[in-house]
Design a protein around this ligand. Structure first.
Ligand SMILES: C[S@@+](CC[C@H](N)C(=O)[O-])C[C@H]1O[C@@H](n2cnc3c(N)ncnc32)[C@H](O)[C@@H]1O
Length: 251
């Protein structure tokens, strides 16, 4: 059973979610790549950035969720949208950019996955990745206490340490750029943090629940957040959110 991705729920926070994609893209050192792939393209928000930077490129979006792909296809009919699993999907010919914003933390075994992806690049091609590193935040810890572990049923995993990614990528790359950013996301209140988590991190916990059970879980999570994030004088809440980025150029 696949996760119940909901494009509208995910895009409620399109600005914050796409900002990381935009900052990742800014570090991609390619002038005019002919073939570009957006892995885990979701509803196409990250793909739109790629199309805007390289209007002449052949762009492909790959995602396992039919719901996300349907939204992407509707937004941008000119792109090749493919349903596939990043764990096994391989391009027909080597490509110049594999862009993976907010997807690889849903996949296991990065020690094997990343060398395989590097092998899908043409010489000089780039693998650009961003993953949330927020598993240790108060909200995510509380969420796991209340919702239980996602288990191996499609849950996201915390990324490895930055130096582990350097170690995995360096043998395949002429350069590896790794960095972290902590965003201070301004939320209108604690309900917004629940809405944010409903778009992605809570999906493995919501899968298979009926409407009433889901509402009960969301209410518990909302109550559990009380006191974790102090309101600012204007009533808003700062929701710190850490992300890990890397850009590797194939030797
Ligand atoms: C958080 S969204 C990211 C969307 C977009 N890339 C962005 O920058 O906002 C994660 C996407 O990864 C997809 N995904 C998760 N695991 C996948 C897998 N193994 N293969 C392909 N897509 C996957 C989900 O269906 C979802 O659309």
């Amino acid at each position: 059973m696949t996760l119940p991705w909901n494009p509208a729920q995910y895009l409620k926070f399109a600005g914050s979610r796409t900002r990381a994609a935009s900052e990742l893209l800014a570090r991609v050192p390619l002038e005019a790549p002919p073939a570009v792939v957006d892995l885990g393209c979701g509803p196409g928000n990250s793909t739109a950035l790629l199309a805007a930077r390289w209007p002449g490129a052949r762009i492909t979006g790959v995602d396992s969720s039919p719901e996300m792909l349907a939204a992407a296809r509707e937004a941008m009919p000119g792109i090749a949208w493919i349903q596939g699993d990043v764990a096994s999907w391989t391009p027909d010919a080597p490509v110049d950019l594999l862009f993976a914003n907010a997807v690889l933390h849903w996949l296991p075994d990065h020690e094997a996955l990343l060398p395989r992806l590097m092998g899908c690049l043409a010489p000089g091609g780039v693998l650009a990745v961003q993953m949330p590193m927020n598993g240790d935040s108060p909200a995510h810890r509380r969420l796991r206490e209340l919702a239980g572990p996602a288990g191996d049923s499609g849950g996201w995993r915390p990324p490895l340490a930055p130096e582990a990614y350097y170690r995995i990528l360096a043998p395949h790359a002429s350069s590896v750029d790794v960095w972290e950013t902590e965003y201070q996301q301004v939320m209108t209140g604690l309900d917004d943090i629940v809405e944010w988590a409903k778009g992605a991190a809570l999906l493995p916990h919501l899968r298979g629940l009926g409407a009433e059970e889901a509402e009960a879980l969301l209410a518990r999570v909302r109550e559990g957040l009380a006191g974790l994030y102090a309101p600012q004088p204007d009533g808003k809440v700062l929701f710190p959110f850490k992300r890990l980025f890397f850009v590797a150029t194939r030797a």
